[in-house]
Design a protein around this ligand. Structure first.
Ligand code: URA
Length: 472
């Protein structure tokens, strides 16, 4: 038997290095026990590495790494052994293992992923920072008790959301700290380390009471989405019984009141004027070949319609086809498409499970010598193409939409949407679907320096991995 010790039981790089060494030495999974943190054991102090018997590492699908990364964040103590068994099986001829949803190991891993993603969703929704004065400085501190080891995965979301604040996020297993410049992690903390109340709470309660919409009150859904165990850390929780009690009379008053004109700046995108074309996706594609709703068809080679699963749970929307898409007649096959494919692989998402399309279906360009320089479609061209997008969403009927880039995000959320401030989180749409926006892969290709590209890519993969919870 080999006893493997992991300093950080949730760290992919450490588990991966040790699992690879075991695999190279052909150590059967039944011969390995995995333990966290304790001294001694294989690669700890005493037993040493079994000698490699293989000359090269067997090829393993990239999606496995994405899966392992999330499963390691789960607290189930069987995770290291199960992942090693899966790795072993993949390396011993079961190349299609990840596609066998009924396999015990695969089903178990997908269950873990679902729970980790749900825990991350809860953490994003229910963390509340409280103001702490330190000498002349203000820092914000939050206490949260996640079920899984998710702090490193969720912290970048808070960096994006609260970039301008100095904050610490405390949990029993880890802490994260943002000083306005650098994100760092530390060991777990105690509840008593976090402040329990401050002036911010009053502000937050006032805000919450003002946005609370009694007509949308669903007490069961609220309990499910905001389980009682989180209430103790939520300043607004003590308002809930009162708001629930008052909901019915407030809703009746709303019904009796005159409608108000929505603020144009935040109004949802106009959908009413769009005549949605008829027919299946194949029929739409055929009709779109002859679309003349704007002039982009004239210089373009062909219409680039969406493609993928016509019953997909997720539709991904890009901006507009590029040079290579125009020639191939398929979305996301050029350099941005290749980066998108790589990121999907790293995020553990199978492109074949998706329907992928664009906001605008023709390549727009300016000829420069032998090259065709990409030009952004303008608002009229985007509007002219909108019926096709609406029809695709209508036929595919996805549960969720993922927007790549600002053009797609604004087509879905409206023009007041700010990509960099609101990316990477599911947002409920009025029709009951949810949608998320992230950067466009071309944006990553244009970043000037390697560090920025690497960090941007990691965030992109993290955003895309949010899709996994819907695909298991
Ligand atoms: N960029 C997009 O937005 N869509 C494509 O299909 C290719 C590049």
């Amino acid at each position: 038997m080999y006893a493997v010790t992991l300093d950080d039981p949730s760290d992919l790089a450490e588990w991966r290095a040790k699992a690879r060494a075991l695999l190279m030495a052909d150590v059967d999974p039944a011969q390995v026990t995995w333990q966290a943190g304790a001294a001694g054991g294989l690669f700890g102090s005493d037993e040493g590495l079994p000698a490699p018997v293989r000359t090269g590492m067997p090829a393993v699908p990239r999606a496995f790494l994405g899966l392992a990364d999330t499963v390691l964040a789960h607290t189930d103590p069987r995770r290291h052994a199960t992942l090693y068994r899966m790795l072993w099986r993949l390396a011993h001829g079961e190349k299609a293992l990840l596609r066998i949803a009924t396999d015990d190991d695969v089903a178990w891993a997908h269950g873990c992923i679902k729970q980790v993603n749900r825990d991350m969703h809860k953490m994003k929704a229910f963390v509340r920072f409280r103001e702490v004065r330190l000498d002349d400085d203000t820092v914000y501190v939050a206490w949260f008790e996640p079920e899984h080891d998710i702090v490193p995965r969720v912290a970048p979301f808070f960096v994006r959301r609260f970039t301008g604040m100095r904050w610490s996020l405390l949990t029993p297993s880890r802490t994260a700290h943002w000083d306005g410049d650098t994100l760092s992690f530390g060991p777990g903390a105690h509840r008593a380390d976090a402040p329990s109340g401050d002036a911010l709470e009053d502000m937050w309660r006032t805000y919450y009471a003002s946005i609370f919409n009694p007509a949308r009150l669903k007490v069961d859904a609220m309990r499910r989405e905001m389980p009682v165990k989180y209430w103790k850390n939520l300043p607004e929780a003590r308002l809930i019984p009162e708001l629930v009690r008052d909901a019915l009379p407030r809703m009746q008053a709303m019904v009796l009141n005159q409608p108000t004109i929505p603020n144009r700046k935040i109004a949802a995108p106009q959908k009413a004027a769009v005549a949605v074309p008829e027919g299946s996706i194949a029929a739409l594609r055929a009709q779109a070949r002859d679309c003349r709703a704007c002039d982009l068809w004239k210089p373009a080679t062909q219409t680039v319609f969406g493609e993928g699963r016509t019953d997909a749970r997720i539709v991904v929307i890009g901006e507009q086809p590029g040079d290579q898409e125009d020639l191939a007649g398929k979305p996301f096959v050029g350099p941005a498409g290749k980066l998108f494919d790589r990121a999907l692989g790293d995020a553990g998402v199978d492109r074949d499970a998706l329907y992928v399309t664009n906001t605008v279906k023709h390549f727009k360009f300016e000829p420069r010598g032998k090259v065709r320089l990409h030009k952004r479609a303008n608002a009229q061209e985007q509007a002219a193409c909108r019926p096709w997008l609406v029809a695709e969403l209508d036929r595919v009927r996805p549960d969720a939409i993922v927007c790549l880039g600002a053009m797609a995000a604004q087509a879905v959320f409206g023009t007041s949407f700010r990509l960099m401030a609101q990316r990477g989180e599911w947002i409920d749409l009025p029709d009951g679907r949810r949608a998320m926006a992230t950067v466009h892969p071309s944006y990553l290709l244009r970043l000037p320096d390697a560090d920025a590209r690497e960090a941007g890519y990691a965030d992109f993969v993290r955003d895309l991995s949010l899709m996994r919870e819907l695909l298991v």
